[in-house]
Each structure stands twice: as C-alpha cells, then as structure tokens.
Design a protein around this ligand. Sequence first.
Ligand code: KG4
Ligand code: ZN
Length: 373
Amino acid sequence: MQSREHLVLGIESSCDETAAAIVAGGRRILSSVVASQVEIHRKYGGVVPELASREHLRQIVPVVREAVEQAGVELREVDAIAVTRGPGLIGSLLVGVTYGKVLALALGKPLVAVNHLEGHVHAVLLEAHAVGRQPQLPALCLIVSGGHTVLYRVTTEAANGAETFSYARLGGTRDDAAGEAYDKVAKLLALGYPGGPVMDRLAAHGNGRAVPFREPKMRGNPYDFSFSGIKTAVLYYLRRNPQLQPEIATRQQALDRGERSPDALRALSSSATLDLIASFQRTVVDDLAARTLAAAEEHATRAVFVSGGVAANSELRRTFESAAPLRGMKVYFPSRALSTDNAAMIAAAGHARFLSGERADATLNAEANLPLA
Ligand code: KG4
Ligand code: ZN
C-alpha cells in the first residue's frame, strides 16, 4: 500500500442493509460487507422500521469486524471513520451513527459524516476508477432506488490538493420512488419482494408496447418524477382483467411455499401478465431516461451517472447506453453490487470530505430527511 493512501472505514445503516467497508485512497475497495435484511422484511412486503433497527443492532459489530478482517488490516490502522448520517430511517441511522461515534472516540480516530445520496454518487466514481474510466465532471446524476428518485448536477473543485464535490438538486419524485413502484406492482401481481429484480427478468419475456400506459405528465418542473399514477394504472388494469386473478393466487401460493425464483414465477405467468410487466418497465425506464437526458442536455453535462438499486435494471442500462451517445454523452453505472446500498460508497464519499478537513464530533446526530442540496 502506498503511504499516501488513507484507509477509511465506511459504515452504512440507513435502510435495511447493515454494511461496512474499508476503502484505500477513496478508490480501492479492500472489503465491502453487506448484511441484507431482505429475508426479515419479505413477509411484510416492505421494510418494517422497528425490525430494521433491531437487526442493525444485532449486525453492526460483526459486520464491521468482518470488513476489517477481510481487508487484512487492523482497526487501529484506519485513518478515518465515515458514517451515513442521513437521509433514511431514523432508528436505523441511529445505530450506525452511534456506533461510528463510539468507535471514533475509542480509537481516537477522526469521524466524518456522509450523506447517503452522496454515497450513491461515489458508487459511480468507485466503479469508473476500478475499470479505468475518468468521467468528466460536471455530471448529471440520477439516483433511483426504493427510497429515492432524484436528479443532481454534480460539480467538483480542487482545493489544497483535495477534491470537493458540490451538488445542485434539479428535481425528484413527488410521490413514490421508482423502486417503490416496482415493489408495489410486484405485490399486486404476487411476484415477491423486492419486486425489481424479478420483474426485470420477467419483462424480457413480454411485449413492452402491449399495454399503453401514459407517461407521467409533470406540471412545473420537467425534472420532477411521479410513479404513483402508473402503480394505480396497473391496479385498474387488473380490475378490468379479472381473468388474471387465478394466476395471481397461484403465484401467491408458490411464494408462500418459498418458490420465488424468476423461472418458477415465470412458469406461473401468462403472456398477458408478462406483457403487463414489460409495459410497466418500458414506461418507467423511458420516463427516467428521458427526463435525465433532457436535464443533462439543458445543463450541458457530458457525463451521466445512474446509481441506486434500480440502476441494476437491465433495460434501464440498455436504454441509457444506447440513448446517451446519440446526444454526445457518456453514461456511467456502478457495478451491480455497488448499485444497491453498501458502505464502500460511504467510505469513498467520506474520504473526499476527510481530505478537505471536515470532521464530525460527539454531537453528531442522525437526520432522517437530511438534504444533499
Ligand atoms: O438502493 P436499494 O438497495 O435500497 C434503497 O435505498 O431503496 O434499492 C432497492 C430497490 C428496490 O425497490 C428494488 O425493487 C429495486 O431497488 N431494484 C430493482 C432492480 N434491482 C433492485 N428495480 C428494477 N430492476 C432491478 N433489476
Ligand atoms: Zn440507497
């Protein structure tokens, strides 16, 4: 390891993943451990905040220990501790923030507070560096997950050898996040939780033009999103098509037996259902890509970042990858593992703040609605 490379321990607990990671020099991931709670929340079809905080409490110590062990370092070699301060579920955030503060105090290490959304931006940079790409900032960043759908313009400035990032919010969802819409539609169709990964696989077998959903029309800011309308449109479609109910009941029975693989669920889905899923996905993906690329065009950014759980979607990736070059833009995604919540992205974001001299102290508090800009 080069001596100028600082080691940052990242801690993330904003939603339903307890995560810790060690990142060297803000770029090199030495370890990234994620304990997912998806099995716990699955039977409720969404994250139950009380259960989430209890599970974070159980997991935080072993997850941090595992990250340190996997990195092959000692805790005392770490140069700084970066922790997600918000936004997220307050009870969940508090576990990470409290543990980060205690650890920093006990080890005598600097503590850096990180905004979770800034972490998602850095997930893109981590992956770009890993594959030897150099995104040209300013960039337009779409963060699209189960909790967020938001557009930022990201700029960078070098000062005293440190790179600082700043963010301007251009728009965001007025109701549901895109991932939330996936999860709610998956619930209506009995496709399990979380809905995105299964729907992504099933959509490939349907016709995305079969059901003509209307693209959301936004009054005012064209860079705002709305996904509650399409979820309701799916509900009405199912009411108008009661012949789809028996297969929904059959899939629910399969899920109850623990049969949740995309192949098993596909075998229990008619072509009408596959068309419905494909059309939902086509509408959501087209809307995300159209608004993001229009914002990038207006703001004359040549780099487009797409991050968050929904950035793992194959059609979303294909759509951006074919549309961006036509407008002279380059698109950057995190690897799939870095798309969903993780602590490597928190360590990377924390590294930049650490270098620019930012420090948090014992008064640091979790903030459920912490804005990035
Ligand atoms: O970033 P993430 O792990 O947690 C949040 O901060 O929300 O994102 C999880 C969300 C879920 O809503 C899940 O359904 C969605 O991301 N998701 C996907 C895919 N993989 C995960 N949505 C569409 N296609 C996917 N392949
Ligand atoms: Zn997230």
